[in-house]
Design a protein around this ligand. Structure first.
Ligand code: SF4
Length: 364
């Protein structure tokens, strides 16, 4: 936290916005991938400090938001089993499934517990040997190493009553899916710094070359984000398309190799469905054959559960950057954080929640 003031310094932010204004000669559209960055942009009004030609659109970088409805339904089906203790991060409890959410299951007597770490779920399994403890493992490369560590620990201890309901996803294949879509508007990416802290940024280099698009690894504070935008726009104006690292205090090109080795041991790369984006090839992590015994889908036979996305919620378009949250007809009326219709309003990292918190609620 020593440097926090430095990355929130208003004078530095002002200079960066002046550099950006002096640089831009034509319209550009940039996408920030991470929901944490979206919230910083809204909280500090960074989008309003940019020249009119620069549009920021928000990507599918909220882990709760991209977890498909069918996976929520699987978690709910498991949580309703009397022998099960379902452990989850708090935000997941409020995401609507097809008929109810996990909080409603808990209110009806289901044993649903909020944990702050997957290792808390392992401890719960240790403490309750007669129950089946399931950790609902969602999120990007950022949270996956902790889930991998939980599986590793449970295997080492021989905990036969612990399993994982896995819905982990990988960011680079989602970026490629967006770039390859016919309605793509993204001309430059701000890549999520914490994902790159784990994975490095070598995976982004072929993307930048293939789609001729600048990708700048960016942190989460206002100065980080404005610096990332500046570097991205500089590349665009100069006709370059490279991967640059604007988050050097945390990210190295090769990433955290011990974490990557653990991921490779516990998980394997698979195709996964994303809310609003459909099935993206090689975009997910599933348990490796060595850890197949820890797969809750098999243990509770919920692999066949499927569910169509609800018609009214347009989270899918929001997650593709194709719809600004406040353009959704339900925004702030039928859909609010107290009564959310979709995941992007539920999650503390969701784009709809960011617009509601920093734009709508502030002016209501
Ligand atoms: S405002 Fe609500 S209904 Fe509309 S896209 Fe966002 S979460 Fe869905």
């Amino acid at each position: 936290m020593k440097h926090l003031a430095e990355y929130r310094n208003p004078d530095t932010a002002k200079k960066l916005t002046e550099h950006i204004a002096a640089l831009v000669t034509r319209p550009w559209t940039l996408m920030e991938i991470c929901g944490g960055q979206t919230h910083s942009i809204m909280k500090y009004g960074l989008d309003r400090l940019l020249p009119e030609q620069v549009e920021l659109i928000h990507g599918p970088g909220c882990p709760v938001c991209v977890t498909p409805l069918e996976c929520i339904d699987k978690a709910i089906a498991i949580a309703q089993r009397p022998e099960a203790i379902l452990c989850s991060f708090g935000d997941m409890l409020r995401v609507p499934g097809s008929e109810r959410d996990l909080l409603a299951v808990k209110a009806a007597g289901g044993d649903v517990r909020t944990v702050y770490s997957p290792l808390d779920a392992v401890k719960t399994a240790r403490d309750h040997p007669r129950r089946q403890v399931v950790f609902f493992a969602v999120g990007f490369e950022t949270t996956a190493p902790a889930a991998a560590m939980a599986a590793f620990q449970a295997k080492r201890e021989g905990l036969a009553n612990f399993s994982l309901l896995v819905s982990h996803v990988r960011v680079p294949p989602a970026m490629e899916a967006l770039l390859g879509a016919p309605n793509n508007r993204v001309q430059g990416f701000l890549a999520a710094g914490h994902v790159c802290t784990v994975m490095g940024y070598t995976e982004y280099e072929p993307l930048a070359r293939r789609y001729k698009i600048p990708i700048v690894v960016t942190g989460f504070e206002p100065v980080d984000i404005l610096s990332g935008i500046h570097r991205c726009l500089k590349q665009l104006e100069e006709g370059r398309h490279e991967v640059e690292n604007e988050y050097r205090r945390s990210v190295r090109r090769e990433g955290n190799q011990p974490a990557q080795a653990l991921l490779a041991q516990v998980f394997r790369v698979i195709d996964r469905p994303w809310r609003g984006l459909g099935v993206i090839p090689a975009s997910g992590l599933g348990l490796s054959p060595e850890y197949a015994d820890f797969d809750a889908e098999n243990r509770f036979e919920v692999g066949g559960v499927s569910a169509p996305e609800p018609a009214e919620c347009r989270s899918g378009l929001v997650l593709q950057g194709a719809l600004k949250p406040d353009r959704c007809p339900a925004f702030g009326t039928r859909c609010t954080p107290e009564h959310p219709l979709g995941a992007t309003m539920v999650s503390s990292e969701g784009a709809c929640a960011a617009y509601y918190r920093y734009r709508h609620a502030a002016h209501a």
